[in-house]
Design a protein. Structure first.
Length: 537
């Protein structure tokens, strides 16, 4: 699908804070830059690129007509296999990666900016048989959050077979020490992408560059036509770099506006990640996001809305930001904040994935592979959150027929050999699987799988044997299955990796048990919110 910028909408608003474009005034030298007819008639001179490298202070780089071209170039050089992407991410990059790689899996970034640890990143890579590339926008687009360079460094050192593509389009707005540039000098599996479109204000002339170890750069550069980078772009870049003080001051002002706006919105109750880019992103719900966008547009300012209720506002334009402030002051933040604060940590998600994957393997090799199905909250997570869990969930729920309990118990020796424990819940109404660590403790570990037996009631509907789940006065989820909706079970994948069974008609099951399930997300001890939210990892 082609990448479009929504020009019809943009023409209707004079202040455009939707594409993270440069909002300042260029230096006088760039405004007076003359490109003669001889330049227009001649192919670009590679010597001018050498001059740009000298001014830039980076020799191990190759220039491209925009950083989008750089993403495409590197993705095709690495591509053909499996890529992991820190998500949510830059939309067009996801399109490029989807073309270059046969498989793309999204890793969920914490929306509140809690750091992705080396352990979580390494577990993500280890979970799959082979990962050819990891794509990270750092600082993130659209969140603005940062993954520490040490996390990437340790993961790259531990996984030399995986290429780490770090897109630093917004690095000029980040804190010192955020860049991974040094890693590209020391590692042959770290590639940095940068652009002149943001802090340097050259989006219209299209210029980006790739930084990599010399051994890698030679290979990547072979795919570049040196005529693609124009003389106009190179000379413009040289000019702005020669006037760094002017642009550094504009960056500082954009960052000041970013931090002031973020602080004001947080004080007013809005959920705002800690951005280190030239924008502020607000986490709301889809309805609120559309309302903010429409009111801003009516008042002459374009802001960007993203799926799952994200609102992104470019900083650097004082008058435009004042209008945005007024709009947010007039509107009420949604009740969504409680959801974001309850996000499951990445370490927990990956440990849970490995536990469930082991359980499924044991069930498969012992002929129990088709005797269970994804149930209740886990079925909801799989259907609504991109084939994974609800982003604030911390266990997996599966259902079995009551008649298969003896077969389940027979798996206990093989489960123990795999490091897992099968035990009755304290209510003795359903089963749980956790690890053997602390197996003498009767309390189920925090990482576990709940296994609920179901039996037919007098109406022929399958209901949970635990009376707490079938008595309305108990106030708990009442998941029921009409046999025709449940059987025959359908084979699917959980988190793109683990084989699972789902109902014959998942949507019918969810419609019956959780009306409005696609739009409503409910926390057991929190608010009801209007959001389907973005995909879990």
């Amino acid at each position: 699908m082609p990448y479009t910028l929504g020009w019809e909408d943009r023409r209707s608003a004079p202040i455009r804070l939707d594409l993270n474009e440069f909002q300042g005034s260029h230096c006088a030298a760039l405004k007076s830059l003359q490109i003669g007819a001889d330049v227009a008639a001649s192919y670009p001179d590679p010597a001018e690129q050498d001059r740009l490298r000298d001014i830039l202070g980076i020799q191990n780089c190759t220039f491209t007509p925009g950083s989008d071209h750089a993403i495409d170039l590197v993705a095709k050089w690495v591509g053909g296999g499996h890529a992991l992407v820190a998500a949510p991410t830059y939309d067009y990059a996801l399109d490029i990666l989807g073309t270059a790689f046969t498989r793309v899996t999204e890793l969920q970034l914490d929306p509140l900016g809690r750091e992705m640890s080396t352990e979580a990143l390494s577990k993500a890579i280890a979970f799959y048989d082979q990962v050819d590339a990891v794509y990270l926008v750092n600082p993130s687009n659209p969140l603005g959050t940062v993954i520490p360079p040490k996390t990437i460094e340790h993961a790259a050192a531990a996984n030399p077979q995986t290429v780490f593509i770090v897109d630093e389009a917004y690095i000029e707005y980040a804190d010192e020490g955020t860049s991974c540039l040094d890693l590209a000098n020391r590692f042959t599996n770290v590639i940095i992408l940068r652009t002149f479109s943001k802090a340097w204000g050259l989006a219209g002339v299209r210029l980006g560059y790739v930084v990599a170890h010399p051994l890698i750069l030679d290979q990547v550069s072979d795919a570049i036509n040196e005529k693609d980078v124009t003389t106009v772009a190179v000379r413009a870049a040289c000019t702005v770099l020669e006037h760094r003080d002017h642009y550094d001051a504009l960056v500082r002002e954009a960052c000041r506006q970013r931090d002031d706006l973020a602080a004001e919105l947080r004080d007013a109750g809005w959920t705002v990640p800690p951005s280190r880019a030239n924008f502020v992103t607000v986490i709301a719900d889809d309805h609120t996001a559309r309302r903010v966008r429409d009111v801003c547009k009516h008042r002459g300012v374009m802001v960007r809305t993203k799926p799952y209720g994200l609102i992104r506002v470019t900083t650097g334009h004082a008058a435009g930001l004042e209008i945005v402030r007024e709009v947010f002051r007039e509107l009420q933040p949604p009740a969504m904040c409680g959801v974001v604060q309850r996000f499951t940590s990445k370490e927990t998600v990956w440990d849970l994935k490995l536990l469930f994957k082991t359980l499924v393997f044991v069930m498969q090799v012992n002929g129990f592979g088709r005797c269970w199905w994804l149930d209740s909250g886990s079925l909801l997570g799989w259907a609504r959150h991109g084939g994974g869990i609800i982003p604030w969930d911390d266990d997996v729920d599966i259902g079995i027929l009551e008649e298969n309990i003896d077969k389940l118990v027979a798996l206990r020796p093989d489960l123990e050999s795999a490091g897992l424990r099968l035990k009755l819940n304290r209510t003795e109404a359903y089963w749980q699987v956790d690890t053997l660590v602390g197996s003498d403790d009767p309390v189920t570990g925090p990482l576990h799988v709940d296994i609920f037996p179901f039996r037919k009631n007098v109406d022929g509907v399958l209901v949970n044997v635990d009376p707490r789940f079938v008595e309305p006065e108990a106030g708990m989820a009442n998941f029921k299955y009409r046999p025709d909706d449940l059987f025959p079970l359908q084979w699917a994948l959980w988190h793109d990796q683990t084989p699972i069974n789902t109902p014959a008609d998942t949507h019918a099951v969810l419609d019956t048990n959780l009306p409005g399930w696609a739009e409503m997300a409910v926390l057991k001890d929190g608010p009801t919110v209007e959001a389907s939210y973005w995909h879990a990892a």
